[in-house]
Design a protein around this ligand. Structure first.
Ligand SMILES: C[S@@+](CC[C@H](N)C(=O)[O-])C[C@H]1O[C@@H](n2cnc3c(N)ncnc32)[C@H](O)[C@@H]1O
Length: 291
């Protein structure tokens, strides 16, 4: 499998959003790095094409796609995050790019229905699914008051158990299989599916989400084209400077105390597929119309 490494975190996630994205973004616990979304859009689509994110969250894919002159449609289950995605489009984009973005509140398993006439015409699906593990924002103030470091009510994107953030094991696989099937339906022949995942560790075992994603996408009819290591550490001279969260650092420290030779995970896996034979021409150098 062709392997590439993209250094998309030379600047921290906070720095990449600061002064551009809506401050309300801090509440979403699982955002894509803007630089990663931008690289995917520039590499795997062309100006004027249609980019879709069926698990849109705060709308990072949509904002970065519109900045590059693509039409962008997002689907998000939670009203709270769908509103945030719209706010981000308002906040970051000039009117001529803002009008390229549409956000539907709905279930990604209904993607084809939600897209209506656009189904079958999508050029790129760029998305990041929940990682089949707990996600949440650390609430240090709550912890100082004797509460939970990561309150249960705020975990997994929503307290709604229908949110895929709560799905584990077979339930997660079945739901994601349906969503990748829906992505195959909405893409044009030769269209691209780009999925950002992260391998996580739980109780000393690695959950190979990238491997599972490849298996599910291939079962849905996709051809596996490319694997990209999206580096979350910064390259500084000859070193990698990791930026672990408090949570990651604690987990790795505890694993090493138990005698497990664990290391910090400093990358996400970008798995790229085509719906039928790929029809890409080499990407010209592009610049986003950023503010
Ligand atoms: C990893 S996050 C995506 C984050 C996004 N890339 C961003 O930068 O903000 C996954 C999102 O999928 C949403 N989600 C979960 N189940 C869903 C479903 N069945 N249909 C649509 N969205 C869903 C969650 O609410 C969450 O916002």
């Amino acid at each position: 499998m062709p392997l590439a490494v993209w250094p998309v975190a030379q600047r921290s996630a906070q720095y990449q959003r600061a002064g551009r994205y809506h401050p309300g973004c801090a509440a979403h616990p699982g955002k894509m790095l803007p630089a990663l979304a931008r690289c995917i859009v520039a590499e795997y689509s062309r100006p004027g094409q249609l980019v879709v994110d069926p698990l849109a969250g705060s709308g990072t894919t949509l904002v970065e796609a519109a900045l590059f002159g693509r039409r962008a449609i997002g689907v998000e289950l939670e009203a709270r995050w769908a509103d945030l995605a719209r706010e981000n489009a308002e906040h970051v984009l000039r009117p001529e790019h803002r009008q390229l973005v549409e956000v539907y509140q709905g279930d990604a398993t209904d993607l084809a229905t939600l897209l209506g006439d656009d189904s079958g015409r999508v050029d790129l699906v760029c998305t990041s699914p929940p990682y089949a593990c707990d996600v949440g924002n650390v609430d240090k103030a709550n912890w100082d008051r004797g509460g939970d470091l990561c309150p249960t009510s705020e975990r997994n994107y929503s307290s709604d158990k229908a949110n895929l953030g709560h799905a584990r094991g077979a339930a997660y696989e079945a739901a994601m299989a349906t969503i990748y099937g829906a992505c195959f339906t909405v893409l044009r022949p030769g269209g691209i599916l780009a999925v950002v995942t992260k391998n996580t560790r739980r109780k000393g075992r690695t959950l190979d989400l990238a491997g599972l994603t490849v298996a599910l996408a291939e079962a849905a009819g996709f051809t596996y084209l490319q694997h990209v290591i999206a580096l979350h550490a910064a390259i500084r001279d000859d070193d990698l400077a990791a930026r672990p969260s408090f949570w990651q650092r604690t987990q790795t420290h505890q694993a090493r105390t138990r005698g497990e030779p664990a290391h910090l995970v400093v990358h996400e896996d970008l798995c790229v597929f085509s719906a039928g034979p790929a029809q890409l021409t080499p990407a010209p150098q592009e610049t986003a119309h950023a503010h």
